[in-house]
Design a protein. Structure first.
Length: 139
């Protein structure tokens, strides 16, 4: 299993230069370098582009679990609004609690919140109590 988001991104990039990869993601080359060195995490817009351009399984990218790519013929569409809501909810709660999680814990938490949002009716909101419980488990 590839251990970090940065190393998983590097494996997606393959032999493509950081500059070319950055162009496909609509980010600067230095940003790709920061992703690969685990100094930054890609936002929802970049995750969507990774999925659209390379059919990267976002759960795999964030957690290392599952397959690298969404299998052909399956419903692998990413709900950008739900992913944005998950990222925002986790970031805001971490800020409120003045907490910092490792990238690994944070990405697993975001993936869990995203999955829960996808199961909910609205797809864009989650009970604060449940989010707090998930954060307690992650810390």
């Amino acid at each position: 299993m590839i251990e970090t988001i940065g190393s998983r991104l590097r494996s997606v990039r393959g032999k493509m230069s950081q500059d070319e990869f950055a162009g496909h993601l609509s980010v600067h080359k230095e940003t790709v370098g920061k992703y690969e060195r685990n100094l930054m995490q890609p936002g929802s817009d970049v995750l969507v582009r990774l999925h659209q351009n390379w059919r990267v399984d976002i759960n795999w990218l964030l957690t290392g679990e599952g397959d690298t790519n969404v299998p052909a013929g399956t419903s692998g569409d990413l709900n950008e609004a739900a992913l944005t809501a998950a990222l925002r909810a986790v970031e805001e709660l971490l800020d409120q609690r003045h907490m910092v999680l490792t990238y690994e814990k944070k990405t697993k938490l975001i993936a869990m919140v995203y999955k829960q949002l996808m199961r909910s009716d609205s797809g864009q909101s989650m009970e604060l109590g449940m989010l707090n419980d998930l954060l307690d488990l992650a810390s």
